[in-house]
Structure formats: C-alpha cells, structure tokens
Ligand binder design. Structure first.
Ligand SMILES: [Zn+2]
Ligand SMILES: [Zn+2]
Length: 169
C-alpha cells in the first residue's frame, strides 16, 4: 500500500501554525532559539490606536480554536489568563472581552469560565458572577469530583465481585 502524505509538520511551539523548519521548530522560533531567547509567540503586535471594540475583535480573530473554546493566543500569566497592555494597564483578556461582548462589568464581579479553561475568551463561555457564587461553583465542582471518585471505587468493587462470582460457574 502506498503511504498517503500526512498533513505537513508544523512547529512544536504551542499555538504556532508555521511549517516545521528544523529541530522541531519553524524558522521564526529557530531564530529565537539561536539568539538564546526564551521562545515566545510570533503573532503580530497589535496595532496602536485601536478602539476597545477593535481590540476585542482583533483578539477574537487570533484566538486558537480548541473544541468550543477560543484560546487567547498572546501572553498568558501563570494561571493561564490572557493578559495584555490596555492603555498602560495590565489587563485581563477574558474580563475585557466580557465587557466588550457580553455586557457592562462591575469591578466587584468575577468573570467565571463556564468551560473551566482560564485561557478561553469565547464570550459564550464567560459568565459574570459574584465572588461568592464563584466559590460556590468551585465547591460544587470539587464535590462532584468527589462523588465521581466514590462511584468509581464502588464500580471497581462491583467488578471485582462479579469477577469473583463468575469463578464458581
Ligand atoms: Zn513556530
Ligand atoms: Zn471556553
């Protein structure tokens, strides 16, 4: 059988869609490595003087589609939140997108990711909640995980019992 040509190999840097050049990287990322720099996104620098509306569209246009999520493609902080310089302030991308695309945002409100992906800026996945609701949601999720864990232990025990009983047949 003839081997079909697979999709072209791309750069290993996360979010980079450029074609592979050498050592797992595209030519742009190879250049960064040769210079001994920390690898960073090659994505274009946002043009100056965009309105907030234009900035939000610019971000959404460049987000990486992962399932239903639109993953912010520029700088992310340690917790995975998209960050950018907004008029000289270190702003959070998902909060900014919420305010632009969903509705006015009170400083007291937390923008919660319904999808659980902190890098996601899909307006449909963002929900403004109070700090209290956010904590409640988190507790709910941990509680659910605990229940799932308990269920799987139970299932394993059942399986063991079934296996044991079938030995006597
Ligand atoms: Zn690359
Ligand atoms: Zn999402």
């Amino acid at each position: 059988m003839r081997r079909k040509a697979g999709p072209a190999r791309t750069c290993e840097f996360p979010d980079c869609m450029n074609l592979h050049d050498s050592l797992g990287l595209c030519s742009g990322h190879r250049r960064q490595r040769r210079r001994g720099e920390e690898l960073r996104s090659l994505r274009e620098v946002r043009p100056r003087n965009l309105s907030d509306e234009e900035i939000s569209n610019w971000m959404l246009d460049r987000a990486v589609v992962v399932g239903e999520c639109l993953v912010y493609s520029n700088y992310k902080d340690k917790r995975g939140y998209g960050r950018f310089n907004h008029a000289g302030k270190y702003a959070l991308a998902h909060r900014f997108i919420y305010a632009q695309k969903v509705g006015p945002l009170d400083d007291a409100l937390v923008v919660h990711h319904k999808c659980g992906n902190s890098s996601c800026i899909n307006p449909k996945h963002l929900q403004a909640v109070t700090q209290l609701e956010n904590v409640a949601e988190m507790l709910d999720r941990t509680n659910m995980l605990r229940q799932i864990e308990a269920q799987s232990v139970y299932i394993e025990r059942l399986k063991a019992r079934i296996a044991a009983s079938s030995c006597y047949q």
